[in-house]
Ligand binder design. Sequence first.
Ligand code: PEP
Ligand code: MN
Length: 340
Amino acid sequence: MIISMKLGATQVELDDVMKAVETSGFRPFLNPGVERQVVAVLGEVDIDKVELMDQFSNMAGVERVQLISEPFKLSSRQAHPGPFSVSVGEVSIGGTRIVVIAGPCSVESESQVLETARAVKASGARLLRGGAFKPRSSPHSFQGLGEKGLKMLATARAETGLPIVTEVMDPHDLDVVCRYADMLQIGARNMQNFSLLRWTGQTRHPVLLKRGPGSRIRDFLMAAEYILAEGNPNVVLCERGIISFEDASRYTTDINAIPILKGLTHLPVILDPSHATGNWAWVKPIALAGIAAGADGLIVEVHPDPQHARSDGKQSLKPSKFADLMAGVARVAPAVDRSI
Ligand code: PEP
Ligand code: MN
C-alpha cells in the first residue's frame, strides 16, 4: 500500500500518517519525491486492508491511498510517481540525456586505464568503468588488482574528471571500494547476494545493479528492493544478457526487459551490450537497439589492446570502434526523443 500526500502537506500531517502506519502494525517508509511525499506501507500483517485504506484516506494531508499488487513495493513505479534520476557526481542517469559508461573490463595498469579513460572521454563517455575485484569463472584466472587497481582508477578520475564505477563482490571490501568509487557495481553473479545488497543499501553510494543471467525480471526488482529497503534510493538497473538455449552469442540480450522494466519501475535502466553479446562486432548494433528500446544509458567495455586484455578482450571495443558506437548513439537518440 502507498499513501500519497497532497502537494504542500505539512510536516505534522506527514508525521501523523507515519505514526498511524506504525500503530497499525506496519513499517512506514518515506519516499521523498520531487513533487510530493509518498509513504510506502511495508510488512505482512493479516488485517482488513480496505478498512485501513479508508482510515488513511481520511487523514489530513493525504491525497490518495493505493494498493500495490507487486511484491516490489519500493521499486514500483506506483510508489514513485514523477521523474527520477540517480546522480553520480555531476552526472545524472535517468533524464532525457543518455549516459554512456565505458572503460576496460579489468584495471590492468595505470597506463591502460589512463589511455582508455582519455579515449572514452574524448568520444563522449560520462563515467569510467573498470574492475579491480573481478568475479571470474575460474579461481585460476586473473582476479583483479584490488586496492592497487582502485588507486589507478582514482588517478584516471583526477586527470579526466570522469566519475568511476567499479564492482564490489564482498561486503568485507565495501569500505575500501567506497573510498574510491563514485558508483558501486553489483555484478550479475551477485545479484542475489542478499547480504551484499543489504550492506550496499546502507551506504549512500549510487549502485549499478546488474541482472543475474538466470534471473527473471521480478527477481531483479526484488534484488533492487533489498537496497532500497535499507534506505539507499540510488539504484540503476542494468540488463546484461540472460542465458538461453542459443549459444551463438555469449548471452541473449533481453531487449524486452528494457521497456518492461521502464513500465514497472521508476529506477533508471541501462544496457550492457558487451557482456550481453560477448563479441565486439555485435556490441554497436545491440547498443543502438537498447537506446531505441528506451534504455537510459549503456555500459561498454573498451580496451586499447583487446587482444592482450586480461579479461573479456573478445567483447572489448578498441577506442576507434567506441567512437563509432558513440556516433551511432548520437544518431539514434533523437529518434526516441533523447539526447547524448
Ligand atoms: C563486468 O562488468 O565486467 C562483469 C563481470 O559483468 P557481469 O557481472 O554482468 O558479468
Ligand atoms: Mn567484463
